[in-house]
Ligand binder design. Structure first.
Ligand code: GLC
Length: 545
């Protein structure tokens, strides 16, 4: 089976400033992260995705950049970055980084020059003399943002900002801006990264400002341009797009020949997966999988459960969203932007390790690349006292020692407080404690990661949904490698034990080897495979002739 590395990767997403403090100042940094690479190697992940670590005023967790070619001084310097890259290489771990080029910070020197009237930089952004009509429906963060135009007194004009008003949009229609973006891409590739998570991809290529209503809305050729540059510089480098668009628009982001984004984060299946967990029924998940387009052979979906933002339920109907809220975020303080939930995976699932593993098993087996948000592998909780999306960005819980082993600074100095209350208190939930317990989420997930890597069929095989005599409860699919080998994944979405017969597509299989739990091998009679699963149970099955 031909596999591009990213198709068979397991990605782990890290916010450097909350992962490990290496110099005792209360902020995570590259020195600390480098020390924790042995943990990540042990866990078995193959690629790290770093959230923005650039110089930034930090008003949007680093998504407001003031220098694309540097490292935030609190996190280290380029030397620390290079040392981290070197060590990651030694461990065989690739690194991709966030590319945040839809907008800069309003403190970026480009924007300052633009405000002061420098004609070159003026055209790096999107301006209008008159205040455009009400734009409340165009905002990215309802409730925290009142429109997409803000007035600059210095410039005596309005500038366009899709996100917060301190994040002026770059005018990507300007070839000089695109040249800057390519310079950024080239720079980090030269330092060894394997690609970029492209922040807010649809907005990067959107027609901005007064052009917003013009058809077509986007310039997809910009992605081709960036991708061509990327691939020329480094053949195996990839773009992982944050493209939260309708299924009908997804194919354009891949490009017909897979010559645009290599991977797209699947924001459509994600809420449907949670709806399936809420309804205890595979139906919504199956429906969404059938709705998203087929992926070009050289491309891949990126699947995640939770990430650094709120979980976005806006692709669900109002009733479906209400069911998800009820199941996973019933209180107002758990919800955000009228569309999402700002909790971590473990509290959403009631701290039920079996359910967490079921959810992980789903994103590890549907064809795509699984992405783990740091801390979810140990079932970390959230801090709803923190603002907006910060609730899920608390420091990594390593041990039961002070500050969860994250930092030796005084608690007041910490970048964000550690979770020291309730069920997810770091004294109980931490890496060290889970390491010792063979049945812990961490140890079982580690095994899942290893098994996933042993079965690249899940990543690149031919995939099919299977039928069973328990269609309301179990979700079953198979992946074949084209050489007669096949692997099955079975998931019980409901809380009760279930016995079922799974209908295979061919009668050439005689024997089933179960990969998890102490399940005995089974003989296959005709096309029927008998299985049994505990409530919220899952298993993967190797079929042999
Ligand atoms: C993306 C990021 C989010 C950020 C926004 C603006 O959606 O995931 O965290 O606030 O872009 O950059």
């Amino acid at each position: 089976m031909v596999t591009h590395w990213f198709k068979n990767a397991v990605i782990y997403c890290i916010d450097v400033d909350t992962f490990q403090d290496g110099n005792g100042d209360g902020v995570g940094d590259f020195i600390g992260l480098r020390r924790r690479l042995s943990y990540l190697a042990g866990l078995g992940i193959s690629c790290i995705w770093l959230l923005p670590f650039y110089p930034s005023p930090g008003r949007d967790n680093g998504y407001d950049v003031t220098d694309y070619l540097g490292v935030h001084p609190a996190l280290g310097d380029l030397g620390d970055f290079a040392a981290f890259m070197d060590e990651a290489n030694n461990r065989g771990i690739r690194v991709i980084i966030d590319l945040v080029v839809n907008h800069t910070s309003n403190e970026h020197p480009w924007f300052k020059a633009a405000e002061e009237g420098d004609p070159k930089y003026r055209d790096y952004y999107v301006w209008r003399k008159e205040k455009p009509p009400d734009t409340r429906d165009q905002v990215a963060f309802p409730g925290s943002q009142s429109g997409v135009w803000a007035y600059s007194r210095k410039a005596k004009a309005y500038y366009f900002h899709r996100f917060y008003d301190y994040q002026p949009d770059l005018n990507t229609a300007n070839p000089e801006v695109r040249a800057e973006i390519k310079k950024v891409i080239g720079f980090w590739l030269a330092l060894g990264v394997s690609g970029f998570r492209v922040d807010a991809a649809p907005f990067v290529i959107a027609h901005k400002g007064p052009e917003i209503e013009k058809q077509p809305h986007e310039s997809f050729e910009f992605i081709n341009e960036f991708r061509e540059f990327l691939s020329w510089k480094r053949g195996d480098a990839v773009f992982l797009a944050e493209a939260n668009v309708l299924p009908s628009q997804m194919s354009q982001f891949f490009g017909e020949r897979g010559d645009r984004m290599n991977m797209i984060l699947n924001f459509f299946v994600n809420p449907h997966l949670f709806l399936a967990l809420a309804d205890e029924s595979p139906e919504p998940l199956i429906r969404s999988l059938l709705q998203v387009p087929a992926v070009p052979e050289n491309c891949q979906w990126g699947y995640f459960l939770r990430n650094h933002d709120e979980i976005d339920l806006s692709r669900l109907s109002e009733m479906e969203r209400a069911r998800c809220f009820e199941a996973f975020g019933p209180e107002k303080k758990m919800q955000l932007y009228d569309r999402g939930i700002r909790r971590r995976l473990a509290p959403m699932l009631g701290g039920d390790v079996q359910k967490e593993l079921l959810a992980f098993s789903l994103i590890f087996t549907i064809p795509g690349t699984p992405i783990i948000w740091y801390g979810d592998e140990i079932g970390m909780g959230d801090d709803l006292r923190l603002l907006e999306r910060e609730s899920v960005r608390t420091p990594m819980q390593w041990t039961a020692e002070a500050n969860a082993g994250f930092s030796t600074a005084s608690p007041k100095q910490l970048r964000r407080p550690v979770i020291d209350f309730g069920e997810y208190d770091y004294h109980r939930v931490n890496v060290q404690a889970e390491r010792r317990n063979p049945r812990s989420l961490l140890n079982r997930l580690e095994r899942m990661i290893r098994t996933r890597k042993e079965f690249p069929e899940f990543a690149c095989g031919k995939y099919r949904l299977l039928e069973s005599d328990q269609p309301a409860k179990i979700f079953t699919h198979a992946c074949e490698d084209g050489e007669g080998k096949a692997v099955l994944a079975i998931h019980n979405l409901c809380g009760e034990r279930v016995a079922a017969k799974i209908r295979l597509w061919s009668d050439t299989f005689a024997h089933a080897v179960f990969l998890f739990d102490d399940t005995d091998d089974a003989e296959i009679i005709g096309k029927d495979l008998p299985i049994e699963l505990e409530g919220y149970g899952y298993n993967w099955v190797r079929l042999t002739a």
